[in-house]
Design a protein around this ligand. Structure first.
Ligand code: COA
Length: 87
């Protein structure tokens, strides 16, 4: 989990990063347990306004997993610029 301050929402957003479950152990609730743990820790922290994560547009399996756990696609579109761009 990495943290990002949201000035708009006046609180911390926790980003779940680099999720990977060993293939033979998938579909047994491993990620669900991890997700619920992070959610519980965020609630206990008291100053967390939401959880976010990145997922590849083509990764439908992961998207379905997150949706089963109550997440929904954000209305934001992500923009980026590679490397150390020259002005
Ligand atoms: C995506 C991933 C993390 C899911 O982990 P997991 O431990 O298998 O997921 P869980 O068993 O906890 O499943 C949680 C829920 O998502 C659903 N789900 C999991 N994998 C799914 C799939 N391939 N298709 C549809 N639904 C799926 C489960 O059915 C479960 O819902 P349910 O309890 O109502 O049945 C795992 O498949 C993975 O590591 N994939 C490769 C790496 C990857 O894509 N990471 C995501 C990067 S953003």
């Amino acid at each position: 989990v990495t943290r990002e301050w949201s000035d708009w929402r006046d609180g911390w957003i926790w980003w779940i990063q680099s999720v990977y479950v060993d293939p033979p152990r998938r579909r047994r609730g491993v990620y669900a347990a991890l997700h619920r743990h992070v959610l519980e820790q965020a609630r206990l922290a008291g100053d967390v306004v939401g959880l976010r994560l990145y997922v590849d547009r083509a990764n439908r399996a992961a998207q379905r997993t997150y949706e089963r756990l109550g997440m929904a696609p954000s209305h934001y579109v992500l923009y980026e610029q590679g490397g150390a761009p020259r002005p």
